[in-house]
Design a protein around this ligand. Structure first.
Ligand SMILES: [Fe+2]
Length: 233
């Protein structure tokens, strides 16, 4: 098995003046290409034994004394390789803010309440059709210090491991119709032709009656239709 080339045309630049922190972590020297070797194909990979279905339900995996607050949503989709083939047994991990726009993380200083019943992290593996499914709470927008009055759109962070370490992809999923997308330097750092690949779509057929709205987000790990990497090449 070989991995095809990445589509750099759909990826953000390492150093983006509008996204200030890239100035401190983006490389200043030209990159040195590393040809694919046997190590990229054969190892190392994650272990699946610690992945449990309980962590696909973020409305339950952080409960302490009640239900988490906010709008319940189903997030589901398929993971595809560069040829459009469904990727089974792909590890899908996500992390997100709670409904108020606050992460369970010590460096998150956004002045919004934590939810004692919401952790904001989960994982699952894709089924035989490459499909994953999470139940969670819609994340709130939050302010950050990139520039005056900067707010991140509602988003969920994703990490995916395909057939090998070289196919790992980290990205962010957005929601349709969000007015903050036009103002967000992270979203805008992705070339215009590829940005919409990061936006989920609402689906009434995924929506569960009297329970949760449904959003669909398919991820392509490599190739021409590759889902843009977050903040990296
Ligand atoms: Fe975030």
């Amino acid at each position: 098995m070989n991995f095809g080339p990445r589509d750099w045309a759909g990826s953000p630049s390492y150093n983006d003046p509008g996204y200030r922190s890239t100035e401190f972590r983006g490389p200043k020297q030209p990159l040195i290409p590393l040809p694919q070797g046997i190590g990229e194909v054969t190892g190392p990979a994650y272990g699946r034994e610690w992945v449990t279905s309980a962590n696909a339900d973020l409305t339950r995996n952080g409960r302490v004394n009640g239900e988490p607050l906010g709008e319940r949503i189903v997030v589901t989709g398929r993971v595809l390789d560069e040829y459009g083939r469904p990727q089974r047994d792909t590890l899908v991990e996500l992390w997100q803010a709670n409904a108020a726009g606050r992460y369970v993380h010590k460096i998150d200083q956004h002045d919004a309440p934590l939810d004692p019943n919401f952790l904001g992290a989960g994982h699952c593996v894709t089924d035989g059709e490459g499909r994953y499914r999470f139940l969670t709470i819609k994340p709130g927008a939050y302010s950050w210090k990139n520039h005056f009055n900067a707010w991140r759109p509602n988003h969920i962070h994703f990490s995916l491991f395909g057939a090998g370490f070289a196919s790992r992809l980290v990205t962010q999923m957005y929601f349709p119709g969000d007015p903050l997308l036009a103002l967000d330097p992270i979203y805008q750092s992705v070339p215009a032709n590829a940005r919409e690949r990061m936006i989920s779509h609402f689906d009434i057929n995924v929506t569960e009656p009297e329970f949760a709205l449904g959003f669909v987000f398919d991820v392509v790990l490599r190739g021409r239709d590759e889902t843009p990497f977050e903040d990296s090449k």
